[in-house]
Design a protein around this ligand. Sequence first.
Ligand code: 4NP
Length: 143
Amino acid sequence: MVCLGNICRSPLAEGILAAKAKGLGWEIESAGTSGFHSGEKPDKRSIRIAKENGIDISQQRSKQFRAWDFEVYDIIYVMDSSNYQDVIKHAQSDEERAKVKLIMNELEPGININVPDPYYGEFGFENIFTMLDQACNVIVANA
Ligand code: 4NP
């Protein structure tokens, strides 16, 4: 799960999918395309909305996406088109490029809906949670 800062959207996506995929043996992690917040906990607002939904993401720490993540992970979900551009730059083959997917395309294939950046507060964290929850339901249902 990849966003820009790895403190708002992708920590929520990681926590939500991990909760739904319990027992499936998946390795689920998140990262940011930037290292602006490396080592930091998720944003308080993400921690709060997760907690309200029974998910604890407070132990996560922000880290930056690295090219070698392509070797470790089968699928790399990005939150928006800007994340997509930043991640795809690191891909070294068509196989790696095919691993990168906009997460909301799981729910609405081919429509390329972005999960909006909630950092400056215009798009509520509750809405972010709902979008990611719906997308993760589809990810697990299709597993
Ligand atoms: P995120 O949100 O990409 O969902 O973690 C952001 C967090 C921090 C910044 C931007 C987006 N920032 O510019 O510091």
